[in-house]
Design a protein around this ligand. Structure first.
Ligand code: COA
Length: 381
């Protein structure tokens, strides 16, 4: 008989497989993608270079980057059917539901799925290129605005912000520092080993199902507030607090009532999330350039201090804590923070789908039954 101690609820501490994509090192609060520290990638590389790294295991040289970026730019546009699909979705649907349906829809036009690595990279590239256009259209149509053709002369991050804000005079989101902060957030969100959405994608891949199904499953998992949805929840909490002077009491109240404070804690990192310092610096830089944004920085610092000082495990922020207010300062609607996470994480998911196919074994754990003893159906039935 299985005992409680043998069951790892939430697969806590279980090592499920090898991966060469990224390494999470909680003992040193560090994270590497294919061996490169994520903070160095965020400092020296563009998101496109990081996408290439995750799918090929090496950073591109200038020729490889040029070719990769050019192919991504070519695939950015949406077909009429894809535009009509997004336009036809309920305006009050959660944008993650819209993006999940969009992904599934795109997949139906790809009839010749093979498990060939180049073909999987092609699909990843198609989704990587189309997601920002789909998300920008979804943002715009909810405001009664129309489709904007993507720009082939702009990088990934700039093109997205331009599709969303390009028709607004002097949008702060189109300043160089804002584009850089956004690009860095995409790099930090790109990959994180066997997190819930990536593992969901790997489980689906392990059945030898197709890439679109694996990505759709990943989107479903990422939507949850305990995973990607936390960046949205962080900003809702900050707006609820409203005034930095209330932040300490608000956090203490939540803790006293055994409620989680979103953007804090992590399943793997217990003494700090490796991605936070880079994103925190980007958020604070953005705030310094945004009139009236000082109060969010003040609130951020008070919340971080209160959480650390009032929990036995000295709980620290995770990436969603600085990313939420950073996206807010860029002028992005809160319910779109998680779809933006998808725009980045499609790179990590694709890398794991490639790896899972390469050395596949059906993922199928066991369960310990604790229902009624075996019994007979009554004779009158
Ligand atoms: N706020 C308040 N208390 C928290 C907390 C938070 N954000 N995160 C963890 N805790 C508490 C737990 O309730 C637990 O308390 P207990 O010992 O009294 O039961 C203790 O801290 C230890 O929790 P831990 O084992 O480290 O958490 P976990 O691994 O089970 O859960 C998360 C990890 C991410 C699910 C959890 O930290 C959480 O819900 N965070 C908020 C959501 C979030 O930001 N998600 C994004 C993750 S990148």
């Amino acid at each position: 008989m299985t005992t409680n101690s043998e069951i790892r609820k939430g697969l806590y501490g279980v090592v499920a497989d090898y991966t060469a994509v990224s390494k999470v090192m909680p003992e040193t609060n560090s994270l590497t993608y294919a061996g490169y520290p994520v903070q160095e990638l965020a400092k020296h590389c563009s998101f496109e270079e990081v996408a290439y790294l995750l799918w090929n295991g090496e950073l591109p040289d200038s020729g490889q980057l040029e070719e990769f970026a050019a192919s991504e730019r070519e695939l950015r546009g949406l077909s009429e059917a894809e535009i009509n699909l997004i336009e036809s979705m309920p305006k009050d649907a959660h944008p993650m539901d819209t993006l999940r349906t969009f992904t599934s829809f795109v997949g139906q036009f790809d009839e010749h799925f093979t498990r060939d690595a180049d073909h999987i990279r092609e699909i990843g590239l198609r989704l990587l290129a189309k997601f920002p256009t789909a998300v920008a259209l979804d943002i715009r149509r909810r405001k009664g605005k129309g489709y904007v053709e993507p720009a082939k002369d702009k990088g990934f991050a700039e093109n997205f912000l331009w599709m969303v804000f390009g028709d607004e005079d002097d949008s702060p989101a189109l300043q160089k520092e804002a584009i850089q902060a956004f690009d860095q957030s995409l790099i930090l969100y790109a990959e994180h080993s066997f997190n819930a959405s990536t593992f969901s994608s790997r489980v689906i891949t392990s059945t030898t199902s197709d890439v679109y199904s694996a990505v759709t499953g990943g989107i479903g998992a990422l939507k949850g507030p305990l995973h990607g949805g936390a960046n949205e929840a962080v900003m809702h909490n900050m707006l609820e607090i409203g005034d930095p002077a209330q932040a300490e009491e608000w956090c203490k109240n939540r803790l006293d009532n055994k409620q989680v404070v979103m953007g804090f804690g992590h399943r793997v990192y217990k003494t700090g999330d490796s991605r936070v310092p880079t994103m925190e610096a980007a958020f604070k830089k953005l705030a310094a350039n945004t009139p009236g944004a000082g109060k969010w920085v003040e609130m951020y610092d008070i919340m971080a201090k209160t959480m650390e000082e009032n929990t036995s495990i000295k709980i620290k922020p995770n990436l969603d804590f600085p990313a939420g207010p950073a996206y807010y300062l860029l002028g992005l609607e809160i319910e779109f923070f998680t779809p933006i996470f998808v725009m980045a994480r499609i790179t990590g998911w694709t890398a794991h789908i490639l790896e899972q196919y390469e050395n596949n074994s059906l993922i199928r754990p066991l369960s310990a039954y604790n229902g009624p003893e075996e019994r007979s159906v009554p004779a009158e039935n």
